[in-house]
Design a protein around this ligand. Structure first.
Ligand code: HXC
Length: 261
């Protein structure tokens, strides 16, 4: 049972997967300061919880999240935004989550919603998903990675187009552009995301965390340094019991029993 009381999200842990559902239906899951705080707390608890081996973040059928809460931000001054370092803490801390995190996106993933999805390790989208960085329509720009992660995901042409015109990208375009890893019918979204999470949860957590770390490293460094990081990480996994078990199980034609050792 989950002991924390949340108001804007619902957290469920089942079979080693923590499912975090954004739950502000009246505001299309707009990311209020309260929601951001609760999401951060839930993610960090799940990361620290031994029962959790993979995390899924989702929204409703209509909206993953329609962005930062515009009504909360509308009257803020430069000084308030600057001094509170609006959303920066969240942006930094979500990067520090070590367990794999999947975004299951249906409907709108706009502004901060698109940025939240992109901060996850990968995105599984329903056919109804719509991604966008429409902040330009509000007289601002993306503030939690929309100009950086989107560019790395889809390249300059599409990122500039999205950030400058504010147009939305549908699921098919998002898939062919490399923003999402899979597109499935809306009815199948949660089944697909949970089964992907389940698959990940069956692996050695030491290996899955190391894989995540190595892929993320590719965004931070040169190819040569990245390859060196990967090689050292690969070597280090031979110090684990899970490597012995995984390879022995293959040779013995049975399922491995990973113990995170
Ligand atoms: C606050 C929001 C909201 C938001 C929707 N709502 N998005 N409230 N912040 N980002 C509220 C609406 O005000 C409305 O409440 C209710 O949710 C339903 O929305 P509607 O607009 O009536 O729905 P619909 O006509 O279906 O249009 C859906 C939509 C539209 C296209 C997604 O809501 C929309 O354009 N939303 C804003 C998208 C956006 O600009 N996102 C970027 C935000 S800036 P009421 O009470 O009126 O019924 C951002 C910056 C991040 O994210 C970086 C910060 C550092």
């Amino acid at each position: 049972a989950w002991i924390m009381a949340f108001e804007t999200i619902i957290v469920d842990i089942e079979d080693h997967v923590a499912l975090i559902k954004l739950n502000r239906p009246d505001a299309l899951n707009a990311l209020s300061q309260q929601l951001i705080g609760e999401l951060q707390e839930a993610l960090e608890s799940a990361d620290a919880n031994d029962k959790v081996r993979c995390i899924v973040i989702t929204g409703s059928e209509k909206a993953f999240a329609a962005g930062a809460d515009i009504k909360e931000m509308s009257t803020m001054s430069f000084a308030e935004v600057n001094l509170s370092n609006l959303f920066a803490d969240f942006g930094d801390r979500i990067q520090e989550i070590r367990k794999p995190v999947i975004a299951a996106v249906s409907g709108y993933a706009l502004g901060g919603g698109c940025e939240l999805a992109m901060a996850c390790d990968f995105i599984i989208a329903s056919e109804t998903a719509k991604f966008g960085q429409p902040e330009i329509n509000l007289g601002v720009i993306a503030g939690i990675g929309g100009s950086q992660r989107l560019t790395r995901a889809v390249g300059k042409a599409k990122s500039m187009d999205m950030n400058l015109t504010g147009r939305f990208m549908d699921a098919a375009e998002a898939e062919r552009s490399g923003l999402v890893s899979r597109v499935v019918p809306a009815k199948k979204l949660m089944e697909e995301a949970m089964s992907a999470a389940q698959k990940i949860a069956e692996k050695s957590l030491i290996a899955s965390r190391t894989a995540k770390e190595a892929v993320n490293r590719s965004f931070e460094t040169t190819l040569r340094e990245g390859l060196l990081f990967e090689r050292r990480a690969f070597h280090s996994l031979f110090a684990t019991e899970d490597q012995k078990e995984g390879m022995a199980a293959f040779a013995e034609k049975r399922e491995p029993q990973f113990r995170d050792r």
